[in-house]
Design a protein around this ligand. Structure first.
Ligand code: GUN
Length: 293
């Protein structure tokens, strides 16, 4: 069993991005700029946004964090997005999810200029991804592809089972892995809460992607001997033993499943870390006007 080391890949990729940012600036390009909007004070969102801001600084990308209180109206938020869409210095614009229930996520996502949608959540970017024209790939699917590529894991003709059909992970990654070319050409099965005989299907998987957000749901008897297992779950649970008071739990029961795998991602230290890198990469692509010239 080999660990798919998100920490190592993240460090490697951050260095590559930092060099690219430096080269772009040296050639007269602008400093790439990521702006993030955070509504309220959800603990998870605070942590994720802080991680994004820190990662920007590490690679020479400028970042701005705009905060709103929980009570902000949808209209106020949309007005701010419109102003940031028009701000030529901002290359990437993200609104951290989830949002309070009185704000429609769909309205917010669709308000972001597709050229600045570095989260790749806008229906236009998702549609472009589906038909295979250049678009911003959202962070988690991009992170999964990067892991497969950097560990040279073959995907052509492989049976790939994705468990979980969310718009930001399960659905897009199933489409990306069935695209022509590498990392793709897999035979993909998308399973969800209504799937019958789930275990029979997951046991067929050469590559198993667990993305349903159910802590330690995937057990050893659900995994084929020698499978590649990618764990996308990150459920925050209260812990008495960690310094922060929280621990992160994946969708895979790691200790039980790992001995049966050829490769497996740990949680934490797997896919989660790479998601921030994907965001940095997209922000640089935006500053360079690569996707939308
Ligand atoms: N909430 C959970 N994941 C994400 C993400 O990738 N982007 C944003 N904006 N919010 C999130």
């Amino acid at each position: 069993m080999q660990l798919l080391d998100g920490k190592k890949l993240t460090a490697e990729m951050k260095q590559e991005i930092a060099s690219e940012v430096a080269a772009f600036k040296a050639a007269g390009g602008k400093t790439p700029h990521l702006a993030a909007i955070l509504v309220g004070h959800d603990g998870g969102s605070e942590t994720y946004v802080a991680g994004k801001v820190k990662a920007c600084a590490e690679v020479g990308i400028k970042s701005t964090l705009v905060r709103f209180e929980e009570q902000v109206t949808e209209k106020e938020l949309l007005l701010k997005i419109a102003a940031m869409n028009d701000d030529a210095d901002i290359d990437g614009l993200i609104v951290q999810l989830p949002l309070p229930p009185h704000i429609a996520e769909r309205h917010v996502i669709e308000a972001i200029d597709i050229r600045k949608d570095v989260d790749g959540f806008h229906p236009m970017n998702i549609g472009r991804m589906v038909i295979g024209i250049p678009s911003y790939l959202s962070a988690t699917p991009a992170g999964i592809l990067e892991i497969l590529k950097r560990y040279n894991i073959p995907t052509a003709g492989k049976s790939c089972v994705v468990v979980g059909r969310s718009n930001i992970v399960g659905k897009p990654v199933s489409i990306l892995l069935s695209r022509k070319g590498y990392p793709g050409d897999a035979t993909v099965t998308l399973c969800h809460s209504r799937t019958v005989n789930l275990k029979d299907i997951t046991r067929q998987a050469d590559i198993l992607i667990a993305a349903m957000g159910k802590p330690e749901f995937i057990r050893a008897d659900m995994v084929k001997e020698g499978a590649v297992v990618i764990d996308v779950g990150i459920t925050r649970m209260k812990s008495e033993v960690t310094k922060s008071g929280w621990k992160l739990i994946g969708d895979v029961k790691f200790d039980e499943v790992a001995p049966h795998c050829s490769y497996i991602t740990p949680v934490p230290g797997g896919v989660g870390l790479l998601t921030v890198v994907a965001l940095l990469k997209n922000t640089l692509l935006s500053a360079k006007k690569t996707i939308y010239p």
